[in-house]
Design a binder for this molecule. Sequence first.
Ligand SMILES: CC(C)(CO)[C@@H](O)C(=O)NCCC(=O)O
Ligand code: NA
Length: 612
Amino acid sequence: MDPSDQKFFTVIDYVIFAVLLAASMAIGLYYALSGGRQRTTQEFLMADRSMGCLPVSLSLIASFQSAVAIIGVPAEIYRHGTQYWFIGCAYILGLLIPAHIFIPVFYRLRVSSAYQYLELRFSKAVRICGTLTFIFQMVIYMGVCVYTPAFALNAVTGFELWGAVLATGLVCTLYTTLGGLKAVIWTDVFQTVVMFAGQLAVIVVGVQKTGGVADVWRKVWEGNRISGLDLNPDPTERHTFWTLGVGGVFLMLSLYGVNQAQVQRYLSSRTEKEAVRSCYMVFPSLQLALALSCVMGLVMFARYCGEDHSDKLASSSRDAMVIYFVMDMLHGLPGLPGLFIACLFSAALSTISSAFNSLATVTMEDLIKPQYPAMTEARATLLSKVLAMSYGLLCLAMAYLTHLMGDSVLQVALKIFGMVGGPILGLFCLGMFFPWANSIGALVGLCAGLVVAFWLGIGSILTRSTRPLPLECSANVTIAIQTAFNNITLSQPSGLKRFYSLSYMWYSGFNCTTVILIGLIISFLTGPTKEEDVMPGTLYPLLGKLFCFLPEHLKKKLCCVTPLGQTLAAPQRQPSQHKEGNGLAFPQEDRSSLEERESFLPETLVEYETAV
Ligand SMILES: CC(C)(CO)[C@@H](O)C(=O)NCCC(=O)O
Ligand code: NA
């Protein structure tokens, strides 16, 4: 196969690709012109809180399943075997905990941004710091997402890399800006289906061309690519059951529990029950997505048995081999190359559009609205659209950063989630599970968590790059350097070096824990919050439940049990279910936030209800 062969991408492939972009635009236009025509922020950012669980669940998968996973996971399996597949174990707790802890808290508080929670629980300052951290995380993540499919298209068709980046960014910005969250969710549904179809096509053709299922299995088995359960407890081991199955839970929590893109989808659901149900429905689909990309890596191995042909693509990237494989398989099958490229772009578009919309939401709700409470609805909506567009342009700049990094895209994405998402998760856990945490503790904890995260992350990049890999050196010199390097590492089992080599799968859990520990220490030093001063509904009695075996008086002393039996009830839709006369639900100083909430739900009666 010759990659420069112009016939690889035929007219029908271009048509399929164009249909994907056109359909996405059409969905955007449809929601721009129907319903409330995106004239309120409630519709533009919250989809009128009217979504059912099927579109929401498909959209939840789409948010963090981008071309990065579609290319990165097979590349990982091809090089290192199926160990990564064990991350599927983390999906169980990683989805159950959001469904039963985070969703009820957010939903019953009726927030519109996850960061509003931080103000209700702590203070305005904590909310702003949380928001800024989230914006930082999503902007760099978007860069990787835009870059990856453009890189693939460039390798396959010779299409100008930066042209593709620009086209993705523009199409996505347009339909996100036009159609709001409804368009984002429904394009996600369509794009998720295209994503699965593209992966399936490559696998089916690949298995056929490699000689059938039995042959594929024999080759990957003989090639030692089927990994058993690796129970090595060493935290510096990149992928083991512990790093993936336990560290992965924290990764999942930071993505599916507290990330605004997901929280926004939960909140756009019709009812809390639908939100929980959609979270449950993510499980099988996410397992399917993982299985498809792992199987693709295996088929690829059966085909090449570990050889690297990616040099034929004139690309030094570690992920290029996957593109080479896809081209090799789909060559001469008109329509399928187009379907695969459509699959990559679907995955990317659905992620980027979620990021745009959630970024517009937090900037509006957390940074702008609190400063200008008197802003008219029309103005706010216009501003939200301008924001969605500006973030679109910003992400193009970030794509360039990824281009410079040149690491495996999957690792880059997972590191970003861990380094920036981990501390955010810690901040929410600190607030929800520890009644003593105060605002100063939260701020210092977040800052300390971020500093340690970047120290660790940057340290790992720097120590890795000292490994000598000079290709132009003669073999003797290389061996000499390598020996010297090994001597250094052997004679210096320094703690810091070990710290830097912590598996990136632990980043989320480690950084989350730092924030909680520092946050608690500072809170106790500066005067812990009294339980009765914490806003009702912002706590979850985790400690009380974990230590349920302790005697009652100890439990009361240690954990929040008493006022936590009471949760802020979700506003009921049916008036008959209102229990009136419970009086003031919020402490006096929280009236403003109460009014903010009531301003968009005038019929709401807020009340206490004993938790189930
Ligand atoms: C987020 C997980 C770990 C969930 O399986 C997976 O989808 C993944 O590895 N994503 C990589 C990031 C991306 O695809 O953009
Ligand atoms: Na996606």
